[in-house]
Every structure is written in C-alpha cells, then in structure tokens.
Design a protein around this ligand. Sequence first.
Ligand code: GLN
Length: 231
Amino acid sequence: PAEPAKAKVLKAGADAAFAPFEFQDEKTKEYTGFDIDLIKAIGKQMGVEVEVQNINFDGLIPALEAGNIDVLISGMTITEERTKKVNFSKPYYRSGLSMVVKSDNNTLKSFKDLEGKNIAVQIGTTGANEAKKIKDAKVREFNNAPEAFMELKAGGVDAVVNDLPVNEYYIAKTGSKDAKIVGEPLNAEEYGIATAKKNTELAEKINKALEELKKNGEYEKIYMKWFGKKP
Ligand code: GLN
C-alpha cells in the first residue's frame, strides 16, 4: 500500500517577545499572537503545516539566509536595507514608532524632547536606528522589547522607542501603571513577511495566500481578535 503523503512543514521564525504579534502564552507555553495566527492561516491556505521557531530579532535574517527557517514573520518593518537581503511579502500591517516614558514624567512630551536623553531600544530594530539619529541621545540596546521596558521601569533610561502597537499592548494588557505613551508616532512603517532571496516561488505563494485571506475574511477575523477593530 502506498504510504500516506507527509504533510510538508513550513519553518517560520519569530522573536516571540513582541506581544501582541508573537509571544509565548504563559499557561500553554505555545507561541501565539497576530503574526502566529496569520502565518498559520497562510500555511493552511498553502496546505502545509507551520512550525514556529523562537529566534532573537537580530538573528532572524541570518537564519533565513542560512536556510534554517523558510520564512520569518516578526513584526518586521519593510525597509530598503533589509530588502537588499530578503524578499518581503506585500505589507500585512501598518505600524509606526512611538515613545514610552514613566507615568510621572511630565517633561518628555515628544520625540524632540529626547535630545541628550537616555533611550532604551531593541537591538537591530527600526526603533534603534531612529533613536540613534536623535542628537546627543545615549541609546542602550536590549535583546528584546520587554527588557527595554524593564529598564525604563527600573529608572535606567528616560524613554523607550518602540513600535506603537507593542507599546499600546504593553501598557494596556500588562496593566502597567508606571508607563505611558506620549506624543505623536514618529513615522509610518509597514510589516512584511520575509523569505530568502533565492526562494521566489515561496514568496509568490505567500503573497497569494495573504491575498486570499484578505478576500475571504480570515485576515479581518485574525485582526479583530488581536486588535479589537477592523483593519
Ligand atoms: N518593526 C520593528 C523593526 O522591524 C521592530 C520589530 C521587532 O522588534 N520585532 O525593526
């Protein structure tokens, strides 16, 4: 008798410390979040099983280049520099950078107030790049966003520069009373799903699946689940 065909596996990399996009559920220990639901739905659409690997943000593109993962989805902003190394899907989420300060801080109100200040960021991110452009700012890089927030809480820095939806989730969902978002977002950014340069076939399949999920309402369902509003 013929052997049953084995389900193909799509290895997806994410830095699972970036709620609500990718994080570890405290109870089940499973990786969860908007990105995780989205890549699983994309996998289902493609008829493959998705296996999520937790990799530090600055190690994600190298892991893709080395072929250790097939795809990466990690709240990653589509940038010109990254586009030289990987293929990005069509944008799947509109984001932007914002700043977080301690609740009792009444002097830092916008990005221009960050000149000469101590700022915590996540290593290898657009937030890190932008913070470094601020005049005389001392930028300290952490492995992930929660560590940057912890440093703010501990009083080691004046502000955290990080993606707005993640800042909002941190403050709302973790019930953090000691931090607040101030000012307008610095910019607009778009997240993309990345694949290796040479794997153009996979990039096409992902775009197709994403388009399908947008048409059939599945994308909106996932968006509603995590953000409580329509995309
Ligand atoms: N969107 C930001 C970037 O791409 C941060 C992503 C992240 O920390 N997961 O650099």
